[in-house]
Write a protein that binds this ligand. Structure first.
Ligand SMILES: Nc1nc2c(ncn2[C@@H]2O[C@H](COP(=O)(O)OP(=O)(O)O)[C@@H](O)[C@H]2O)c(=O)[nH]1
Ligand SMILES: [Mg+2]
Length: 201
């Protein structure tokens, strides 16, 4: 089973992956990092180290896909599964061919994933910021309707303005399931886990 985490840069995808892994009880993360040209590097690091090295305070840090390998599934079947943290996709078509290539790879993988979390920054709705939900998110939500397991995560619910943001997100993406989460306080993690366990059967 594969879970894919998608969304714009800086919405909190990487922190969500790391803190959710910690919530599941993992102390060490086993990550497979795609280096381009199909080369994959295997990396083991503690959750503390991962937070320090992979979560970006300023500019988005994730340019490559990093996949977390998990031995035990959440459903009754307990099959191994993976969580892929993807490159943030910015609004508009990128000039750099490498970024366009990464975007294409992400969308292609999205169509094959068993579960997709589309992360939005609920605290930046309506603001002129890179991470504010925009046309790209609307397009992604439309695509998401074609998938079996698709959930919008309204992240950063610990921040000011996020409650109004959540209301606007629910209004804007009517008919799409939305779960409010804070990757920092772990609010909503239980709902996320239950959603995954249901899909894993
Ligand atoms: N307050 C708050 N900050 C968050 C939350 N999730 C992520 N962040 C911060 O948002 C920034 C971008 O996070 P990151 O995981 O690198 O985003 P990514 O580019 O989507 O992978 C970092 O400074 C995080 O600490 C959250 O739920 N609440
Ligand atoms: Mg990231």
């Amino acid at each position: 089973m594969e879970l894919l985490i998608v969304g714009k840069p800086n919405v909190g995808k990487t922190l969500l992956m790391i803190n959710f892994a910690a919530y599941l009880g993992l102390r060490e993360l086993h990550l497979e990092v795609s280096e381009g040209d199909g080369v994959r590097r295997s990396q083991r690091l503690t959750t503390d180290r991962a937070r320090r090295d992979l979560v970006s305070l300023y500019a988005p840090k994730t340019h490559r896909m990093q996949t977390l390998m998990l031995d035990q599934g959440l459903g009754r079947q307990r099959v191994p599964w993976t969580v892929a943290d993807t490159m943030g996709i910015p609004e508009g078509i990128a000039e750099e061919p490498e970024i366009r290539h990464q975007v294409a790879l992400t969308l292609e993988r999205l169509l094959r994933a068993d579960m997709v979390l589309h992360v939005l920054d609920a605290s930046s709705v309506g603001l002129r910021r890179m991470e504010a939900p925009g046309p790209f998110d609307a397009a992604l939500a439309e695509l998401g309707q074609l998938l079996k397991g698709y959930l919008i995560i309204a992240n950063k619910m610990d921040k000011p303005g996020s409650h109004e943001g959540l209301r606007l997100i629910k209004e804007r993406y009517r008919g799409v399931p939305v779960t409010p989460v804070s990757a920092v306080t772990r609010r909503g993690f239980r709902d996320m886990k239950n959603w995954m366990a249901r899909l894993m059967g």
